[in-house]
Ligand binder design. Structure first.
Ligand code: ADP
Ligand code: MG
Length: 240
């Protein structure tokens, strides 16, 4: 579902992605771990072309992402993304936040978009908040709206970049629960997180990044119980 082939990316002199090769089959849940600055966010952002790459190839469901234009907008809709900061539209209601994409990008009629939006708000446990503004919701609720909004585009892949890092501790679990249920429903997911419990329970596969490279690629138990590289051992020693 996601294919990255020989992907290189620099920011000026900084080599942030060093020859990344990664294939994620449909339905797989991949957790990406690694120290700050290792290139995890950049990896996510290149997958839906928020960041251009220098060379290499990225495919979603077998189709190479075009560099720009209408075709890019269409294919980008296949890749939902949820960030640390929820980035909701502050002056739009919760329901409008969810329906805007389908109406504007996919040309869906309002009645249909509202129906879909309500289904998704139900799914993330927040339908009763439909007419509120984002600021009236807790951080955990806002992040669940952000997930519903991404799902409204009916993506083939969901990318999560530290979705719980900005939340108060008591709100982390409600967001992880939504992500876990998505994973169980078979969504293809790439999740950058520091939530090791989630990584162990929900991931099919753990990638460990360091200095722009994928240093380890293993099943969660194998990674946590028996990391191969000194860099991963060092990282786990600091966080566990
Ligand atoms: P991570 O998400 O693992 O913390 P990032 O992908 O955000 O790492 O960043 C990787 C490296 O690229 C860091 O050294 C960061 O400072 C640098 N970087 C990220 N975005 C930019 C940018 N837009 N311009 C220049 N350097 C950047
Ligand atoms: Mg990051």
């Amino acid at each position: 579902m996601i294919g990255m082939y020989d992907v290189q990316k620099h920011f000026g002199d900084l080599h942030v992605l060093k020859d990344i090769n990664l294939q994620v089959p449909s339905g797989q849940v991949v957790v990406v771990l690694g120290p700050s600055g290792s290139g995890k966010s950049t990896l996510c952002r290149t997958i839906n072309r928020l960041e251009p790459i220098d060379s290499g190839r990225i495919e979603i469901d077998g189709v190479e992402l075009p560099a720009e234009g209408k075709a890019l907008a269409r294919l980008r809709a296949d890749v939902g993304m949820v960030f640390q900061s929820f980035n909701l539209f502050a002056h739009k209601t919760i329901l409008d936040n969810v329906t805007l994409g389908p109406i504007k990008v996919k040309g869906m009629r309002k009645a249909e978009a509202d129906k879909l939006g309500m289904q998704l708000l139900e799914r993330v446990g927040i339908a009763s908040q439909r007419d509120k503004l984002p600021a009236q919701l807790s951080g955990g609720q806002q992040q669940r709206v952000a997930i519903a909004r991404a799902l409204a585009m009916q993506p083939k892949v969901m990318l999560f970049d530290e979705p719980t890092s900005a939340l108060d501790p008591e709100m982390v679990q409600e967001v992880l629960d939504v992500m876990t249920s998505l994973a169980k429903e078979g969504m293809t997911m790439l999740v950058v997180t520091h939530e090791m419990g989630f990584a162990r329970r929900a991931a099919d596969r753990v990638l460990f990044m360091s200095d722009g490279e994928i240093v380890e690629d293993a099943e969660p138990d194998a990674f946590f119980d028996n990391p191969q590289s000194n860099r991963a051992k060092d990282f786990l020693g600091k966080i566990l």
